[in-house]
Design a binder for this molecule. Structure first.
Ligand code: ME8
Length: 680
């Protein structure tokens, strides 16, 4: 039989900044899809990588004082960089492409030349608008209120000699592709593309730049570099071996089965990409799926916002599987979703700790307690169970009726679990991860209810009479856990493997086929107790910890040092001279009762009479550390009352702001200066 193949890609990420949880979303979804297809017996190619050229990177590298290559190397391969992140998140990509890789650069030059030779790329003058952060050209009519329609930022005028791709030539074919096939999903994105971009008239696309150098050089016209999106989109084919000898998988895997991309780059993938492939006479990918964004407080995600969105921190605090699970369980893949730490904790506690975790630990510990860890022979599925399971696994099965003599709850559980794989597959084939997980959790909920209905602890009171029934209940629970764990593997690979280990499922009981074969576990299966898979998270404690981390991050983003600007307004000399500044020696210093700000000073000001000054500096100084010090005070201010006590003057200190925190330093004078010495 011919091996079934599946080629899936994520966008290649810009290494312009550290990735946040929103970036992780698409890669985790792609990983779940790739793992699901492998489980179902496909030979899978899962590609991800980094998009390393363009003016934005060149500018950022200059600001950082390093070369563009050093800059991207640091973010891609450096500590806690993109490669480390995918390793941490247990991403099973088969290949990783960097657009600065030599084989890719050489291949892009050949591709550009081929489209040029065909007459689809020609030289002209570019006049228009350019959005630097998005690396996107726009015509006047495409701008939104004069700004970039993608990110809302200012655009710049751009005019230069440039090469153009004849996008207009392919407009009709692309429109047909979008409207009359399932090329682009979800369907709502088709209308957006056709109405906003194709119907107003597709203009030819500027595909080279001369104003910067960090890109793939056009080899037949020095000074031009290839537009970063041409360079980036063809990664999906160069990484398979198109126009290079590094890989030999092009014939095997192209066309791609699906490109997963975020909604803002659907335009590039559903209009420009197919048009260029048409120009190259290459087969088109089978599908582009435009997923939604994870929003933070209703807006785009960024690290400067309060909530912690650093995937490293979240994975370390809650576990990689909990994070992966949350992303795909909570948000429908095609729509936007609101990310919050509260929701992450809630989902982990409810689904993983309560529902799945408890089902596992209760089942395994009861098999241990009542049967010494090994179920007795004869506890497996009855003839009726098997018949029922077979019926349930058939898509045409229309509901199960309970025959007299059947145990109703057995019938329900077995029917639900045995038919799960088909319902799950249906959802996974449509990239409906949330629904696929919902199907699994319906079965898990039913199994938890099944425990309560059967009350094994009551059955166990009379083992002699009830042992066969109790063993059969336990067997059904283990089988349910087995089916669910197999189907959870693409989402939570490590934890699902641990569930399978704890229930004693061997390799044969962990396969895709066995997920639809009720009764695969041997009757005398031995369970292995293990640690609690998903300990409950203390929400208050975790949120407090995250808030502290967020605050520290906000502080770190603040300027190191801030000093108040000098006053414009002038003071005349005579007025200034009226202020009487004196050296004073601290004889005593005490905290002021009921005030966490004030310290009370008893000072020798050289007059022979003690002077009392109150000063709001308790945050910065311990009273005992100041006794004996010589300070500076202004002594001819009118006395004023603070917390019921009189203050006769003011101590002079220097203030500034450090990382957003107010800092204060008293002016401490040389001890040689006698008390009362006038400052001038
Ligand atoms: O666009 N929620 O790279 P990129 C969900 N280099 N997805 C998000 C997100 C969020 N909050 N923030 C970002 C590029 N993404 C190009 C791709 S492909 C040939 C070239 C997604 O690093 C975003 O939608 O800016 C996009 O799909 C992906 O992260 C990479 O974004």
């Amino acid at each position: 039989m011919e091996q079934r193949r599946f080629y899936i890609t994520t966008p290649i990420y810009y290494p312009s900044d550290k990735l946040h949880i929103g970036h992780t979303y698409c890669t985790v979804a792609t990983d779940a899809m790739a793992r699901y297809k492998r489980l179902a017996g496909y030979e899978v190619m899962f590609l991800t990588g980094t998009d390393e050229h363009g003016q934005k990177i060149e500018d950022k590298a200059r600001d950082a004082g390093v070369s563009p290559k050093q800059f991207v190397d640091n973010i891609v391969t450096g500590e806690r960089g993109i490669l480390d992140l995918w390793k941490l998140m247990n991403i099973s990509n088969d290949r990783f492409i960097r657009t600065t890789d030599d084989y890719h650069v050489a291949a892009i030059q050949k591709i550009f030349k081929k489209m040029y030779d065909k007459g689809d790329i020609y030289k002209g003058t570019y006049k228009g608008k350019y959005c630097k952060p998005c690396e996107s050209f726009w015509t006047e009519s495409q701008l939104a209120d004069g700004k970039c329609p993608d990110c809302g930022r200012e655009v710049q005028d751009a005019e230069e000699e440039a090469y153009f791709f004849k996008l207009s030539k392919y407009a009709d074919r692309v429109q047909h592709l979008l409207e009359d096939t399932d090329f682009l999903e979800p369907r709502s994105r088709v209308n957006e593309m056709v109405n906003n971009f194709i119907k107003p008239g597709l203009e030819d696309l500027c595909v080279s730049r001369t104003s910067f150098t960090w890109g793939v050089p056009v080899d037949f016209d020095p000074g031009h570099v290839v537009y970063v999106w041409v360079d980036a989109l063809f990664n999906y084919t160069t990484a398979l071996g198109l126009y290079n000898d590094k890989y030999q998988d092009y014939d095997k895997f192209w066309p791609a089965d699906v490109h997963f991309v975020g909604k803002e780059i659907v335009r590039f993938h559903s209009i420009i990409w197919p048009a260029m492939l048409m120009s190259m006479d290459m087969p088109l990918p089978r599908k582009v799926f435009g997923h939604g964004w994870l929003l933070l407080d209703g807006g785009k995600m960024s690290k400067s916002k309060g909530n912690v969105v650093d995937p490293y921190i979240l994975a370390e605090m809650f576990g990689v599987d909990a994070l992966r699970f949350f992303l795909l369980r909570t948000f429908p893949f095609g729509s936007d979703g609101s990310f919050s730490n509260e929701a992450l904790i809630q989902t982990t506690n409810v689904d993983l700790a309560n529902d799945l975790g408890n089902l596992l630990s209760r089942t395994v510990s009861m098999v241990g307690k009542y049967f010494g860890g090994t179920l007795p022979a004869g506890c497996g599925p009855s003839e009726e169970d098997l018949h029922l399971a077979e019926l349930s696994a058939r898509p045409d099965c229309i509901g199960i009726t309970v025959e007299p003599g059947d145990v109703a709850c057995d019938v329900e559980l077995v029917a639900l679990a045995a038919g799960l794989r088909d319902r799950y597959e249906e959802q996974m084939e449509h990239f409906a991860f949330q629904n696929a997980l919902a199907e699994i959790f319906k079965v898990i909920d039913r199994a938890n209810k099944y425990i309560d209905e059967n009350a094994p602890w009551v059955l166990a009171k009379d083992m002699e009479a009830n042992s066969p029934r109790l063993a059969h209940v336990m067997y059904n629970l283990l089988e349910t856990l087995r089916v669910c764990a197999i189907l959870l593997t693409p989402f939570i690979p490590q934890s699902a493997a641990e569930v399978l280990r704890q229930i004693g499922a061997c390799e044969r009981g962990s396969t895709w086929e066995s997920a639809a074969a009720w009764g695969t576990l041997p009757e005398t299966v031995a369970v292995q107790r293990g640690e609690n898979l998903f300990p409950r998270i203390d929400a208050d404690k975790a949120l407090k910890e995250l808030e502290e981390i967020a605050q520290a991050a906000r502080r770190a983003a603040l300027p190191d040092l801030e000093i108040e600007p000098q006053l414009e307004e002038k003071v005349d000399f005579d007025t200034f001279c009226k202020s009487d500044f004196r050296a004073v020696k601290v004889k005593d210093c005490q905290p002021v009762k009921k005030s966490d700000k004030l310290l009370k000073f008893t000072l020798d000001d050289g007059t022979g009479v003690d002077r009392q000054i109150l000063s709001g500096i308790a945050r910065w100084y311990k009273p005992e550390d100041l006794i004996g010090k010589t300070l500076m005070a202004i002594v001819n201010l009118p006395p004023r009352k603070m917390m019921g006590q009189e203050s006769q003057g003011m101590l002079i200190s220097a203030v500034h702001t450090e990382k957003g925190e107010e800092a204060l330093n008293l002016l401490i004078l040389d001890d040689k200066i006698p008390a009362g010495a006038k400052m001038c």
